[in-house]
Design a binder for this molecule. Structure first.
Ligand SMILES: *Cc1c(COP(=O)(O)O)cnc(C)c1O
Length: 379
């Protein structure tokens, strides 16, 4: 049978299945107590004060923008080396978007490029959305110091990075940001099927996100006297959405997050194995000089010669290794090309994109697959 090895995938065991089954047999499939339990466990994992579960990271990013009062007339900068959701969230709320170039070794937003762009720009952004590419935290302290000087707020798109650390602290602690967002899509580190989470240390922002997640409707805060006359009362105080995570999904998340340390360890050992096999060859991989542990959502290599990529891609694919490219620069997408980015290019991003290839990387990826992939790359 041919291989069918994806670039990333979920790991589900009997404990996960039992956890979900118990909720299916309970009173609440949604709006029950399990979502809150999952939120608490993400607070414990990250050290953040508040966690708000949502049905996707995309929803969480959208609601984060609204909770931070970002809207028409505002400017959001982010990385082009990401899934389009990182910048779409700014467009949803009517803000403008622009892109900061990446560092050539870490493939994340470069503090130097950020500084350079700020010194050349007429407009200072209101928010910077950093992307912890592949599970590697950006150099947050350096980025935070630059942003502080210009009063720029920070959101972390940590979709790849639950379980990662920066300077010994968990990603999502929001030490250097207003809000962090995780994704629980099956290719990410832990999964709930679809699902996302926003963490923050700001109570007001947390409350706003909670409110926007469920139609903008509240029951708390209605006057006692009013409730006495109309005990059924609830009020829609803002224009929100239905972005709720179900209790079924939260039950899966709760059981998955228990395995997070194992997942991180296994993904790191896959990465180490690739690195040791690639050492001394002309293939580059993600490196960084600051103190950070990656969650290795992705293991990306850069080929020396862009012309060789299509051939390597096809060879790996025909052997059943579902390699792909993360990411097409966001500004390349037709929607962005048609909306102001028709001639836009970032040097490091373009160079990266011409040479990048994502290799299979996930929990318990058999060592033989790693050996086979590297052998195909090197011959
Ligand atoms: C997966 C991903 C998202 C979107 O996550 P969903 O949960 O699928 O909405 C956003 N940003 C990045 C960087 C991602 O990789």
């Amino acid at each position: 049978m041919p291989n069918n090895v994806p670039y990333s995938r979920q790991f589900i065991d009997q404990e996960d299945i039992d956890s979900v089954t118990a909720i299916l047999e309970s009173d609440f499939l949604t709006q029950g107590p399990t979502v809150e339990l999952f939120e608490e466990s993400v607070c414990i994992t990250t050290g953040a004060e508040y966690a708000v579960a949502m049905n996707s990271a995309t929803s969480a990013l959208h609601v984060a923008m609204l909770a931070m009062d970002i809207g028409p007339g505002d400017l959001v900068w982010t990385s082009a080396n990401s899934f389009a959701a990182s910048s779409n969230c700014a467009l949803y709320v009517g803000a403008e978007v622009d892109f900061v170039d990446i560092d050539q070794r870490s493939y994340t937003i470069s503090p130097e490029q950020l500084e350079k762009k700020l010194s050349e720009s007429l407009r200072i952004p209101d928010v910077l959305i950093v992307v912890h590419f592949g599970g590697l935290s950006c150099d947050m302290k350096a980025i935070f110091e630059i942003c502080q000087r210009h009063s720029i707020r920070i959101v972390e798109d940590a979709s790849h990075a639950i379980g990662a650390t920066y300077q010994g602290r968990a990603v999502g602690s929001c030490q250097y940001s207003d809000v962090s967002v995780f994704s629980f899509h099956p290719v990410k580190i832990i999964t709930t099927g679809e699902g996302g989470m926003a963490t923050t240390n700001n109570q007001e922002v947390a409350n706003k996100m909670r409110n926007l997640r469920t139609h903008g409707i509240v029951r708390d805060g209605i006057l006692e006297a009013k409730l006495e006359l109309e005990p059924w009362l609830y009020e829609q105080v803002g224009l929100g959405f239905n972005y709720r995570l179900t209790d079924v999904a939260a039950a899966l998340g709760l059981s998955q997050i228990k395995k997070l340390p194992e997942f991180i360890e296994s993904r790191n050992s896959v990465a180490q194995k690739y690195k040791s096999l690639l050492q001394g060859h002309e293939i580059e991989y993600q490196t960084w000089e600051y103190d950070s542990l990656s969650s290795y959502h992705l293991f990306v290599i850069l080929l020396k010669n862009p012309e060789s990529r299509l051939d390597k891609f096809k060879r790996l694919r025909s052997a059943g290794f579902q390699t792909t490219v993360h990411y097409i620069p966001i500004y390349h997408h037709p929607h962005y090309r048609a909306n102001g980015f028709d001639r836009f290019e970032l040097d490091n991003m373009e160079n990266y994109y011409s040479r990048a290839l994502s290799l299979p990387c996930y929990f318990n990826l058999p060592e033989q697959h790693i050996n086979d992939v590297v052998e195909m790359l090197l011959t």
